[in-house]
Each structure stands twice: as C-alpha cells, then as structure tokens.
Design a protein around this ligand. Sequence first.
Ligand code: ZN
Length: 281
Amino acid sequence: MAGIRIHILRCGSIEPAREAVFGGGSGPGAALRHAAAAAAGRIELPCMCYLIEHPKGLVLVDTGVGRVFSPSGSFDAAASRALIGAPMTAYLRPSVAEGQSISERLSAMGLSPADIDILLLSHLDADHIGGLHELRGVKRILLPEDEYYWSCRMVYKLRQPAALWSDMPIERFWYRGSPLGSNRWASDLFADESVMLINLPGHTDGLCATLIRNGGRFVLLASDAALCRENIDSLTPPGFCFDKGMGRKSLEYIRSLRAESGCEAVLISHDREERRDTLLL
Ligand SMILES: [Zn+2]
C-alpha cells in the first residue's frame, strides 16, 4: 500500500490535577479533590487529534477542545461552565489558543469539513468532542456502539453532556470478536485490516484506539487508555479511569504492542512529551 501519513494536530489543552494524571485515586472523593486542585498541583496537557491520509480516504480522529469553550483563546470559565458545568470545568480547565481549534487547524491545511471522509470519535469525553460542532459537513461520523450505549451512566452524563454531541449525525459501529485489543473486540474500518478500531476499555467502556498498519509496520493511536507515558511504563491507569481493572489490562496490551518489532509509534492523546507533527507509515 502507498504510504499512510498521520498528522498530529494539537487542538487545545486541558490542565487537570497532576495526581489524577499519574494515577492517584478514583471515585467521587478523588474527583472532588482533583477538581479543587490549586494551580501549582496541575499539569498542562495537549489535546491531540489525528488526520490520517489513507489511500482509501481522509480520516480524522477526534476534535479536541472546541473554540466555543475558549472564545478569546484562553481559559474561559463562564464559557466552559455553560457547556460542561462547573465541576467538569474545574476538573479539566480546557482552553484552545487562537488558530488551534480543529476547524482552524484544518483550514490552515487548506481543508474544510467536507473534505473529511470519516471522523472517528475515540470516545465522548468533552476534550475529544468539544470541536464536533465545528465539523458539520464531514461525510461520516463514527462512534463505537458501546460508547454510545454506556453514555447513560451518570458519570458520563457529567463528563460528556449530550448537548455536545447528540444533535450530530453520528453512525454507530459494533466491535466484533478479534485477536486484537485487551477486550478482544475490534472493527475493520476499510475491510482490509489497514485501520483497525480496537476497544481498549478502562478510561471509558467503549474507548476506541486506532491501529494503522502498512507493510508490517504499525502506529497505535491509543486515545486516553493512557494520559502519559508513565502510565504505560508503570501499568498505572490514570485517575480519569472509569474501571481501573480494565484500564490496567488495556495498558498491558499497549505495552505488549509497543514491544513488537513493527511498532513505529504509540501515540496517546495528551502526551506532553510528543514532539512530532507527522509520521509516515
Ligand atoms: Zn482526553
């Protein structure tokens, strides 16, 4: 297959509690503590989207923090609270600098939403779908059925307010039994095994990672199965994890893929150490 180019697009940032990123605590008590963390106890993380130039189409993964969260380009508590409420605003402190929202990034590349063949939503958390309304006109929007199904949970209603996504024409797809993934569930996007959508549950139930393969080499877009490389190295799920047991299994799976000789890269959505802008597979 001709080369597959992957663009890493930084679309805003979040500033959660350092303790939450590196694994400290989960559940309502920890969430309240993390939301109340002082500035010195927080860490700024980028929110990455990926544009995949595949011979069968242009695929975008996630939408980052939308301009609507951050009209002036800096953290705007009032704008964010109107979208995701006060607790999640305090937890995430989302912002997106001028020129960095997903539609602004695409426009700078000479692209409009209508040029995108498939928009894949790795999961429904606000920092991944915040720019969704900027992308009206994309040809298809895909979401795992399991992510949609479990969006009824109260914790997800807080993390993923339906107003951010429910009015968009989202197609849901099923994972099927597969040798891939910590849950042994995956879906073959182009029916040629070149782009496999893999369930790595833990952070959310339906979380979708993307495995892009070409000629024996591969790149894994791990979404939020980890929030930093240390999570993978130490098999410590971050505090954002809905189910720590599943989260640890998913980290074990990522670590096993990372050790394979064909592994070109494991990219995680909030990796503050990532310096690359493009990868060619
Ligand atoms: Zn995230």
